[in-house]
Design a protein around this ligand. Structure first.
Ligand code: GLY
Length: 387
């Protein structure tokens, strides 16, 4: 016989985005539940945690840039609040980022990025190769120049997840450690979900925050189904042995032969090297080719990395949307909201996502900062498409 549990807000998905949403909802007094077989798992276990609004700027993404910068500005208070509340250190380092070029093509690409950043009013400074190596002596002698961006920082997503879980528990969030199988809809309204064990989780509002799986929940009407697809990223973790001088003092990244590579040094000696970007559906296999390419490109940037122990290899799935921007807030189905589609920026966008969803759950309105990210923008596109 099926059982029914009821809450004001039910969040489907317990990754960083689901957890921050649940935490903010519970803080606002809503009886909140999260449904996820393994809260805290998923892309957050893989992500490097770069807070890189400026160095990850791409052509045509100026609207997203505004949201990314807004969230980056929220990070200091967000991190302090979480740490004060839970006692968890988050590995939040205001270390800055150096984006470098290895050959003439990379240098031209970086010059263009610099021009785009300047036109967008962002702080970044062009450095010669020698100046780059003065900042980061482990860089390869062949580095031709780079961009110093002191405002792009990092956080450890695993620690962030641990803190968000603790914050949710303190705020009274209920965890249902199982899969949501189907969205329940009655009288044109989302009324909860049914789980794989047949339990019905009833709720006034359902927030779909299931990362790359957000488009797969059965029962979601096609007209409101989020257009989110998985983009695979393979990531390596190396360890700088204790006693060895700091390897890198800031995030170092480059585009090598058209592929992004970045090295993110943590204070505890972990060095995260990422990431591939592969459109391979639901595949999360770590491949020899992926590891080879990451190590080859990272080695070209920082030759000394081949001395370091390789301690972990993983692959995760970015939840990508058609315009690379997230879907935040109410859908055309009453009672169903989205917090998904964060693509490459999920960790960066956690603070603003939590605040936006908290606001919209309370007031019914999207705050100004999120108006461009309404899921309704895709409903309009669908209507224009020929049947
Ligand atoms: N934000 C870095 C990545 O998605 O690889």
């Amino acid at each position: 016989m099926s059982r029914t549990r009821t809450s004001d807000v039910l969040v489907v998905g317990g990754g960083i985005i689901g957890l921050v949403t649940a935490w903010r909802a519970a803080q606002r007094g809503f009886a909140t539940a999260v449904v996820d077989p393994e809260p805290g798992d998923g892309a957050a276990r893989v992500a490097a945690g770069m807070l890189a609004a400026v160095t990850e700027l791409h052509y045509g993404e100026q609207t997203l840039l505004g949201l990314n910068l807004d969230s980056a500005r929220r990070y200091p208070d967000f991190a302090a609040e979480l740490t004060d509340l839970t006692g968890h250190a988050l590995g939040y380092r205001r270390c800055g980022t150096l984006a470098v070029a290895l050959d003439a093509d990379d240098r031209a690409h970086l010059r263009e990025l610099h021009a785009l950043q300047s036109r967008s009013g962002l702080d970044s400074e062009w450095l010669t190769g020698r100046e780059c190596r003065r900042l980061e002596p482990m860089l390869a002698p062949g580095v031709r120049g780079g961009l110093r961006v002191d405002g792009d920082h990092q956080i450890d997503p695993r620690r962030l997840t641990g803190a968000l879980l603790a914050a949710c528990e303190r705020a009274g969030v209920t965890f249902h450690r199982t899969w949501a199988e189907r969205l329940d809809v009655a009288a044109d309204r989302a009324t909860g979900v049914t789980t794989t064990d047949g339990t019905r989780l009833a709720a006034d509002r359902v927030v779909l925050a299931a990362g790359s799986l957000s488009g797969r929940l059965a029962g979601v009407p096609d007209a409101v189904r989020p257009p989110v697809r998985p983009v695979k990223g393979q990531v390596l973790r190396l360890t700088v042995p204790k006693g060895l001088a700091p390897f890198l003092s800031r995030t170092v990244r480059a585009v090598v032969r058209g592929s992004q590579v970045y090295l993110v040094p943590r204070e505890n000696g972990e060095l995260v090297v990422g990431a591939t970007s592969e459109e391979l559906g639901w595949d999360t296999t770590v491949t020899a080719g992926g590891v080879y390419e990451l190590l080859r490109d990272a080695h070209e940037l920082v030759p000394g990395i081949t001395e370091l122990p390789l301690t972990e290899t993983r692959a995760g799935l970015r939840p990508a949307s058609p315009d690379n921007a997230p879907l935040l807030g109410p859908t055309a189905l009453d009672g169903l909201l989205l917090a998904t589609g964060h693509g490459r920026n999920g960790v960066l966008l956690a603070p603003v996502t939590g605040d936006v969803l908290g606001h919209v759950l309370t007031s019914g309105e999207l705050p100004d900062v999120a108006r461009d990210f309404t899921p309704l923008r895709f409903a309009a596109v669908r209507e224009e498409q020929p049947a």
